[in-house]
Ligand binder design. Sequence first.
Ligand code: ADP
Ligand code: F6P
Length: 324
Amino acid sequence: MSKEIKTIGVLTSGGDAPGMNAAIRAVVRKALSNGVKVKGIKRGYLGLLNEEIMDMERQSVSDIIQKGGTLLGTARCPEFRTAEGQARGAEICRKHGIDGLVVIGGDGSYRGAQALARNGINTIGVPGTIDLDIACTEYTIGFDTAINTAMEAIDKVRDTSSSHERCSIIEVMGRNAGYIALWAGVANGAEDILLPEKYDYNEQVLINNIVKSKKSGKTHHIIINAEGIGHSISMAKRIEAATGVETRATILGYLQRGGNPTCKDRFYASIMGAYAADILCQGKSNRVVAYKHGQFVDYDIEEALNMSKGIDEYQFEIFKKLSE
Ligand code: ADP
Ligand code: F6P
């Protein structure tokens, strides 16, 4: 028989993502409508260990659905990787009467949630990361906004790149995952994409492509480079020296993590936040919410963390054919 859930907590952890606010709002309001109290925890697991915990009412989440960032703040907390930190986190939850916790974040944050569950605190994870790199789900909160921000920025770079007949290397976020780079590559009609999952560091291939582009009369050559490959500035210098084509690097950086969430991010984050509150209030624990085959579903955290996904080969092949 699962214990009665009277109070739940909510926190955001890891890199922030547009739509996290919509998820927080949904967790708070759905739990309250289920008759369960809600506490907000500031600055992720760091705030939990520092007991930065506040009561949340319906009005606490007014006027945030349209805002980027996270009302609760986020942080990285090395101490939470230790068994002592995790046990202390669970103890603090008990001290504040928190029976269950919604953790909005990525894979790393899920491991923290799993540890809390092992220490007797019910937990539900919600996928919040612009990188789309959580294997169990086809959607993560923030990806849609980030990719649209990147797409608009790349269109602008392309305008000036074409006017000057330059090559542009545009670096997008994604330390370990190339989804932003792949989507931008297709959506922006880029000539090359460098993905952490695929790149073989053979710059000669890029150089040959640029020379071929020039010969075919193209006025620009757009290379989307994922952060995980990086080194865009030095790469631009080498490519310019080898091809004779003026080459510039633009690093989009954190602008991809900010901004007002798109409709999709607000909608999906709202459903996922509410779903997480519902299953937590029902006494479920050690689960993560996901979007799979057009449905909102939940998985056991361990099962979710053991899943793997990579760049879709067919999509990658299509990119290559369309960019020739
Ligand atoms: P994300 O959640 O976006 O993957 P991180 O990997 O930085 O981001 O993880 C966010 C936080 O989650 C970390 O700062 C840490 O507090 C916690 N965390 C990460 N990995 C673990 C782990 N193996 N065990 C417990 N907590 C973890
Ligand atoms: O949130 C995901 C992400 O933006 C990655 O693409 C990036 O590698 C990482 O976070 C950077 O995080 P930070 O610089 O905030 O530590």
